[in-house]
Design a protein around this ligand. Structure first.
Ligand code: C2E
Ligand code: CA
Ligand code: CA
Length: 554
């Protein structure tokens, strides 16, 4: 018989170079003891879209999405490895271009005697396709596969069924506080264990009421009972603590309660309101499940009413367009107007565009609003044109409108129908628009086509975003409007003054037409003139007025 240790020892004692083999299949990167990246292999660079030069010195945390949940997970991983343990689990990461991808990750610390942590090696396998497949399967199955609770999709159908039967219920959103920073939760197993135990508490307390898991640590319960019953869950949790590896986890939850039909009428609105109520609770320290505060309730209701009434308002022609003049300095007269939308409703009062446009962008009616404003502006410009006034009109456009690949055709059609020459219309875009346009080639393409037809683009709110200057190179822009924010402190802050002067000079050196907006006083007007601005817009010239009040004198 062979001695035992000989059996354990292979015949040939050469250990294959494991790292070399792993590098063929795994994405590998390594950080120093501070979490700064010191090495990344080709697989890693290919997927993460970093170049070898750029990635060096970036941190582990920069490879994770910027959301709180992801950053907390990165911290949890880092805590595990700095304690000398290996970490294994599923992770969402982000490429240099902030596109998400999913990996299973093994994080291995290298510890040197007497020195401590020297480096950490991360081995990752891309499982993005599996995650998408699992998400799709889950969507089909309607079941959260980890807990057996309803999935988000099943929740939505259940809520809609209850609404159809006009059953009254409380929509209760519950989230576990500080989930990712909870002590003792540094392995995926203990995380799963906690979710399982928490699910078990929910089931025992809420019994036959529908319970859904809609995120890692987010749950929704539908119950016919009111606040007092739901809040009982907090005491129940205290009396039934959750143990992981023999120690009680100091667990607390935050949540919001919204009633159907008293508070909100649709699934989307219930969900949104419950999140607002939960945010109110968290802003006040968490550890509570509370109903919507009166103030939040009012705000949400107003939003819901605007959402509901907007289509009717559009159909009944209740929206108006007003026009604000732009004074051209060298011609010493008004040479164009900006069209601004207005809505006054008998129940809601005055709804400002700043309130209206985001809602319309969300419910899709921005397309109708955009078409309406452009049509009104084009009609007026044609009328002026016919009378021999060479005055153009600027219209604000929202990026949502341009995500329609037929936007260019829509604009051309409106101009044709109103016999409006393209040179009489300008389009104003915001930084948010520009940022999106850079990412979607079809938007830039449509902008260029419109420019070829004679429509000019202006960059609105110039100077407020971080990439204003870049857009001037990448997009077909021929005009900038310096934001009213800068004009407001022009005379009181010398720094602002230098900044505005710089913006004007930069704009002019690039051959752009530079407008200052929000000019309210003669002093501002005079100073901007000496700085060489091309045009001025603001209450000093005139507030926006309705089209029929505009008298042209040349
Ligand atoms: P904006 O394009 O920067 O429009 C200028 C805003 O400043 C207008 O507010 C205007 O009334 C206001 N304003 C003009 N002169 C002065 C001034 O001297 N001092 C001050 N403090 N304010 C002045 P309004 O009409 O409330 O519009 C707000 C924003 O809503 C606009 O900002 C624009 O981004 C958006 N918006 C307005 N109409 C439309 C539209 O038809 N479509 C889209 N997509 N957005 C629109
Ligand atoms: Ca504008
Ligand atoms: Ca502006």
């Amino acid at each position: 018989m062979k001695p035992q240790n000989e059996q354990l020892m292979p015949e040939s004692p050469e250990i294959p170079d494991i790292m070399k083999s792993l590098e063929q299949f795994y994405m590998v990167n390594r950080t120093d003891s501070e979490g700064s990246i010191i090495y990344a292999n080709k697989n890693f660079l290919d997927t993460s879209k970093w170049t070898p030069k750029r990635i060096l010195g970036k941190t582990l945390w920069q490879m994770f999405p910027e959301t709180e949940a992801s950053q907390n997970q990165a911290h949890a991983i880092w805590n595990t490895v700095t304690n000398g343990k290996t970490w294994f689990g599923t992770v969402e990461k982000t490429t240099r271009l902030t596109e998400p991808y999913f990996v299973t990750m093994i994080a291995v610390p290298s510890i040197q005697a007497g020195v401590g942590l020297v480096s950490v090696t991360f081995l990752e396998l891309d499982i993005t396709d599996d995650v998408h497949l699992r998400e799709r399967l889950q969507q089909i199955a309607f079941i959260d596969y980890e807990t057996g609770l309803m999935s988000r999709y099943k929740l939505e159908t259940t809520v809609n069924e209850s609404i159809a039967e006009d059953k009254h219920f409380s929509f209760v959103y519950i989230t576990i506080d500080h989930f990712y920073t909870l002590k003792d939760l540094q392995s995926p197993e203990s995380e799963k264990e906690l979710i399982k135990s928490f699910t078990n508490r929910l089931k025992r307390f809420f019994q036959d009421n529908p319970i859904a898991r809609i995120g890692v640590n987010e749950f929704v319960v539908l119950t016919p009972f009111g606040d007092w019953y739901v809040q009982g869950f907090l005491q129940f949790l205290e009396q039934q603590p959750i143990y992981i590896e023999n120690s009680a986890i100091p667990l607390s939850v935050s949540g919001g309660i919204v009633r159907y039909p008293e508070d909100q009428l649709t699934y989307n609105h219930l969900m949104k309101a419950a999140l607002v109520a939960t945010k109110d609770v968290m802003d006040n320290g968490g550890k509570k499940i509370a109903s919507l505060s009166a103030a939040s309730h009012q705000g949400l209701n107003r939003r819901a009413i605007i959402d509901r009434k907007l289509l009717t308002a559009l159909n009944q022609n209740n929206l108006q367009v007003v026009y604000q003049p732009q004074f051209d300095v060298s011609a010493n007269k008004v040479n164009m107007y900006e069209a601004l939308v207005r809505w006054e409703d008998s129940e809601l009062g005055y709804i400002s565009p700043d309130e209206l446009i985001p809602i319309a962008e969300e419910n899709g009616l921005i397309h109708e609003i955009g078409a309406f404003v452009l049509e009104e502006a084009a009609k007026l410009a044609t009328e002026w044109n016919d009378k021999g006034h060479a005055i153009s009109i600027a219209v604000n456009s929202s990026v949502r409108e341009f995500s329609n690949s037929r936007m260019k055709d829509k604009i051309t059609k409106i101009l044709e129908e109103t016999s409006c020459p393209a040179s009489s219309i300008q389009l104003e875009i915001t930084e948010k628009f520009a940022l999106q346009a850079e990412e979607e080639q079809s938007i830039i393409h449509q902008m260029k086509e419109l420019q070829d037809e004679g429509i000019k683009f202006a960059l609105d709110d110039f100077g407020t975003g971080y990439a204003s200057f870049r857009f001037l190179q990448s997009l077909p822009i021929s005009k900038v409007k310096i934001d009213k924010l800068f004009i407001r402190s022009l005379l009181t802050h010398s720094k602002t003054q230098r900044l505005v002067e710089g913006m004007i000079q930069l704009g002019k050196s690039l051959g752009l037409y530079v407008v200052a907006e929000g000019v309210e006083t003669e002093e501002q007007f005079e100073l901007l003139k000496t700085m060489g601005v091309d045009a001025i817009q603001g209450y000093y010239i005139s507030a926006p007025v309705s089209g029929d009040k505009i008298l042209l004198d040349n």
